[in-house]
Design a protein around this ligand. Structure first.
Ligand SMILES: [Zn+2]
Length: 366
C-alpha cells in the first residue's frame, strides 16, 4: 500500500531564504534544460546532459546532483509530452534524493542548498511518526501557503488479507464514539470529559477579548486537536485488531451521511464530531488495509430507526438516545448496537461475495 506522507518544515529565516533561493535556481535550470532539449530536439537525460550540464552548474550555481535532477525534471515532462516546451514555476516542486537529503533523527532533515547543507527542523502528526523509519528514497520539496513541505511516498507492507466469516458493523455516535455489532462500546467518556472541560474554558476566554485570551484559545484548539487525533488513532487500532482477531469485515456508514449530519445539526459540538468522524474513518482506512481487513462503507439511512430483527422502520422505534424498541415485533436493544447490526447486515447485502458462507448474521437473536 502506497501512502504519501507530508512533513512540514520549520526552517529558520536564513534556511528559508536558502531553500527558496535553491528552489528558484533549480526550477530556472530545469526550464533552461528543457529549452536546450527543445531547441535540439533531444529529450533524453543523457542527450540534454551533454549539452548543458556544465552551464547548469556554472550559471545557476547548482551542485552536481541538483543539475542532474533539474535535467530529470525536464525529461519527466517530455516523457508525457514532447510538443510543448515546459517553463517551470520558480517555486515548483524540487526533487530531493538520497544524495541531496539526509534524515537526521526524528525531528530534523539535512537538505543541500546553494548555501551548503542545512539541518532543518520538521514537524508531523503522531500518526505519521510510526511511518518515519520507512522513509527512504526521494522526496519532493514543495512550497505552498508560504510553507515548505516534504512529500514522501512510502510503501507499507500488507498482511495477507483475512478471509472474513462475518461482518462487523460500527456505528459512530456521540455518547459512545463507536459501537460495534458485537455490542462492544468504544467509549468516548474520557474524550467527552476533555471536550467539556475545554468547551467551558473556551467560553470563559471567549467572553474576555484580551490578547492573552486569544492566545490561550489558540493553544487550546491545538491541544484539543492533538488529543482527538491520539484518541481516534487508538480507537482505529483497537477496532481493526478486533476485526482481524474475529475474522470480520468492517462496515461503516459512508461519508454522505456524515455530511448530512452537518446540515441537520449545526451546533459547534456536532461539527466537532463530524470532523472527528472523518478523521477516525481516515485512520481506519489506513490501518485496515495493511492489516488485511476488508472495510466497506454502506448507506446508513434509517439504520437508527430500523429494527434489525424484522426490518420495520419507524421513527417511534427509537424511544430515546439509548433505547431501541420495535413497535412491530417487540425487539428491544441498545440503540447504538441495533444501528451497528443494521450496518453489518447492509455490509452483507452490499458485498455478499466477501464471505463464502454467511452464518446466521442476518437472522435475529444475536
Ligand atoms: Zn422488529
Amino acid at each position: 500500500m502506497k501512502l504519501t506522507m507530508q512533513l512540514k518544515l520549520v526552517p529558520t529565516d536564513h534556511q528559508r531564504a536558502a531553500l527558496l533561493e535553491t528552489m528558484r535556481a533549480f526550477n530556472a535550470a530545469a526550464s533552461y534544460a528543457a529549452q536546450v532539449g527543445c531547441a535540439d530536439h533531444v529529450f533524453s537525460q543523457q542527450a540534454i546532459h551533454v549539452r548543458c550540464y556544465r552551464e547548469l552548474r556554472d550559471r545557476f550555481g547548482l551542485s552536481s546532483q541538483m543539475a542532474v535532477r533539474a535535467i530529470g525534471k525536464a525529461v519527466e515532462t517530455f516523457r508525457r509530452d514532447k510538443t510543448v516546451c515546459p517553463v517551470f514555476r520558480p517555486d515548483g516542486a524540487m526533487v530531493y534524493d538520497e544524495r541531496l537529503l539526509g534524515w537526521k533523527g526524528p525531528a530534523h532533515v539535512s537538505l543541500l542548498t546553494l548555501q551548503g547543507r542545512e539541518i532543518v527542523a520538521m514537524v508531523y502528526g503522531e500518526y505519521q511518526a510510526g511511518f518515519l523509519p520507512r522513509l527512504k528514497g526521494q522526496v519532493d520539496l514543495v512550497y505552498k501557503y508560504s510553507t515548505f513541505f516534504l512529500y514522501a511516498t512510502i510503501d507499507i507492507p500488507e498482511d495477507a488479507p483475512i478471509e472474513p466469516t462475518r461482518f462487523l458493523g460500527v456505528d459512530l455516535g456521540i455518547v459512545n464514539i463507536a459501537t460495534d455489532s458485537d455490542g462492544n462500546a468504544y467509549t468516548g467518556e474520557r474524550i467527552e470529559r476533555v471536550r467539556v472541560r475545554a468547551a467551558t474554558a473556551r467560553q470563559t476566554y471567549q467572553s474576555t477579548h484580551t490578547k492573552s485570551a486569544k492566545r490561550r484559545l489558540k493553544t487550546m484548539a491545538g491541544r484539543q486537536a492533538r488529543f482527538q487525533r491520539w484518541a481516534n488513532h487508538g480507537l482505529a487500532k483497537r477496532l481493526v485488531a478486533y476485526a482481524k482477531d474475529t475474522k470480520a469485515a468492517l462496515v461503516l456508514e459512508d461519508l454522505t451521511h456524515i455530511r448530512s449530519r452537518i446540515t441537520v445539526r449545526k451546533s459547534q459540538r456536532s461539527k466537532q464530531h463530524n470532523w472527528s468522524f472523518r478523521q477516525l474513518r481516515e485512520f481506519l482506512v489506513y490501518k485496515a488495509q495493511p492489516a488485511g481487513v476488508p472495510l466497506l462503507f454502506v448507506d446508513p439511512r434509517n439504520t437508527s430507526r430500523m429494527c434489525h430483527c424484522c426490518g420495520s422502520v419507524d421513527k417511534q422505534n427509537r424511544r430515546s438516545q439509548a433505547n431501541f424498541s420495535c413497535l412491530r415485533c417487540g425487539h428491544t436493544a441498545n440503540a447504538d448496537i441495533n444501528a451497528a447490526r443494521n450496518l453489518a447486515t447492509r455490509g452483507g447485502v452490499t458485498r455478499p461475495d466477501l464471505i463464502a458462507s454467511p452464518g446466521g448474521q442476518l437472522a435475529c437473536g444475536w
